[in-house]
Design a protein around this ligand. Structure first.
Ligand SMILES: [Zn+2]
Length: 150
């Protein structure tokens, strides 16, 4: 039993990168320095690639120029996509459509279909909304924020 534990410990070592214990491959134990945990392997590969990339950028002006152009094009593409998304995501409804939608919502909320009562309810909500937006604009104004922060 004691011998088995000793045999097992021969191949056990600590990974210098992630400090975890691992069992080295028995056919490659002379060379294997690092573990084979996927996250550690990935991190080491990233580090290696980062090092290679920075060396290439430092020593090869053509590579640096090419990468600079590639990054500029990528950023321009991302900016264009964001601009496009903004344009698509903010639908501007025409005024009558907004009124119809609000009237429909209020009718459903108050369970009422009488036009006179709906108009009164609509005006009440409009007054309430106006008061709230005045309060909110006061609350979010810059001096108030400074006042609240300090
Ligand atoms: Zn490791």
């Amino acid at each position: 039993m004691q011998g088995v534990v000793i045999m097992r410990n021969k191949c056990r070592r600590k990974c210098p990168k992630c400090d975890r214990f691992f069992t080295a491959d028995r056919y490659n134990k002379h060379h294997q320095k690092y573990c084979t945990y996927p996250d550690c392997v990935l991190e080491r590969a990233r580090e290696r690639k980062r090092k290679w990339y920075s060396e290439c950028c430092r020593e090869d002006p053509a590579f640096r120029e090419k990468e600079h152009r590639r990054c500029q094009q990528g950023m321009a593409r991302i900016r264009a996509q964001k601009k496009q998304a903004k344009m698509v995501s903010v639908p501007i409804l025409p005024e009558p459509a907004v009124r119809h939608v609000l009237t429909g919502l209020i009718a459903q909320l108050s369970n009422c279909s009488d036009p006179q009562l709906l108009r009164e309810q609509f005006n009440r909500y409009a007054d309430q909304g106006q008061q709230l937006s005045v309060l909110l604009s006061f609350f979010f104004s810059l001096p108030t924020v400074f006042f609240l922060c300090y």
